[in-house]
Write a protein that binds this ligand. Sequence first.
Ligand code: PRP
Length: 215
Amino acid sequence: MEERRYLTFALTKGRLASRTLELLEQIGITCREMKDKNSRKLVFVNEELKLKFFLAKGPDVPTYVEYGAADIGVTGKDELLEEGRRVYEVLDLGFGKCRMCVCGPAKARELLLHHEMIRVATKYPVIAKDYFYNEKYQTVDIIKLNGSVELGPIVGLADVIVDIVETGSTLRENGLEVLEEICPLSARMIVNQVSMQMETERIKEIILRLREKLS
Ligand code: PRP
């Protein structure tokens, strides 16, 4: 019999990977190698199930999956929207829930009402542009930042930010608030389009078993 090829998973480093591994464990998919916290390995293998796993930065997960370096990926909906990669989004895993929002000081609320030209700081320029240009028809100047985006309005770089809000505590502690909600977010499972055709049975079985666990 022809030997099965490995199915490769790209997981998002950090909390999302831990939650994903917990969930996969519930359907019998485990990776002992990954539990060794001292390991410097980048790719982990389960020989018995012919599975491989690697950890990547969230925005890179859709890239690995689009190019087929991973068959399956798990990352946030925010990264999928921002990266716009050609992949199948097959499951909402229900964890990592948060919201993409326009935030700022209360006084900035006014600026969103009259289509004024404003400055928007964000790590998510594609999402911000789509929201302001295509949903609100407001022309804005989008300034790309790489983190601690809340600084934008505080130090006078921008009028508002487009960012992820989870508990809201970063906003509260910095005198900012949610001004508008763009969309809800959560962890999603994605699949490479060719892998879905070539490994239909194995991939569909994983999706079905996960869906059962999540319902
Ligand atoms: C994210 C996000 C907010 C914060 C929201 O930042 O950009 O800053 O978490 O969470 P909260 O509503 O629970 O306070 P992250 O911690 O990923 O770091 P970053 O600012 O460097 O992007």
